[in-house]
Design a protein. Structure first.
Length: 195
C-alpha cells in the first residue's frame, strides 16, 4: 500500500472512530452517569461485539469481492458516498448531549447492540472495500485490518468514556467548529479514495 492509501485509511478510520456515534455516546453517557468501574461491562461488551462485527464485515466484503470482482469499483463509489454523507451529517449535527437514565447496560446487551449499529457496519465495509481489497486479496491482511479496525474503534470508545463529562463540555462549547473540521477531513478522505 502506498502512503496516500494509508493516510486516507487512517484519516477515515480515526475520524469515524472519534466522531459522535452510538458507541461513543453510549460510552460517554454510561461513564458520565455511572462511573468507569460500573460501566466496565458496557465497554467490554461493546469491544467484543465490535471485534466480532469487524471480522464478519471482513469475511462478507472479502467473499463478495472474490465472487463478484467487478463489485470492487462500485463499492469504492458506495464507500465514497457514505463518507460524504457522514461528512454532511457531522457538519450539520448539533453538539453532543448525553442523557442516560436507570442503570448501565449489561455486557450482552452492549455486545448485541453492535449488530444494529449501522455506523460501524458501514465503517468496516467502507474501510475494507475502499482502502484494502482493491490493493490486496490476501485473507491474512483482510483479517489483520479487520482486527485493526476493531482496535481503532474500541480506542475511540475508550477515549469517549475516559473523557466523560469534560469531553461533553468541550463539544458543547466548540461543537460546531469541531464538526466542520471533521466533515472537511472526511470530504478530503472521500476524494483521495479515487487517486
Amino acid at each position: 500500500m502506498t502512503s496516500t492509501i494509508i493516510s486516507g485509511f487512517l484519516t477515515y478510520t480515526l475520524i469515524t472512530a472519534l466522531t459522535p456515534g452510538p458507541n461513543n455516546i453510549l460510552a460517554l453517557s454510561s461513564v458520565n452517569q455511572y462511573g468507569f468501574r460500573r460501566s466496565t461491562r458496557v465497554l467490554l461488551g461493546m469491544s467484543l461485539g465490535f471485534l466480532v462485527l469487524m471480522l464478519v464485515c471482513g469475511a462478507f466484503t472479502f467473499t463478495l469481492i472474490n465472487v463478484l470482482p467487478a463489485v470492487t469499483r462500485w463499492l469504492v463509489w458506495v464507500g465514497a458516498a457514505y463518507i460524504l454523507w457522514l461528512a454532511w451529517r457531522i457538519a450539520t449535527s448539533s453538539p453532543v448531549t448525553s442523557d442516560a437514565d436507570g442503570r448501565p447496560l449489561s455486557f450482552w446487551v452492549s455486545f448485541w447492540l453492535q449488530f444494529a449499529n449501522v455506523k460501524i457496519i458501514l465503517y468496516g465495509i467502507t474501510a475494507l472495500s475502499a482502502f484494502v481489497l482493491p490493493h490486496t486479496q490476501d485473507i491474512f491482511w483482510v483479517t489483520v485490518v479487520s482486527i485493526l479496525l476493531a482496535v481503532i474503534g474500541c480506542v475511540g470508545n475508550l477515549l469517549w468514556a475516559l473523557a466523560g463529562h469534560l469531553f461533553q463540555s468541550l463539544f458543547r462549547k466548540h461543537g460546531r467548529s469541531v464538526n466542520l473540521v471533521l466533515a472537511l477531513l472526511l470530504v478530503y478522505c472521500a476524494v483521495r479514495m479515487f487517486f
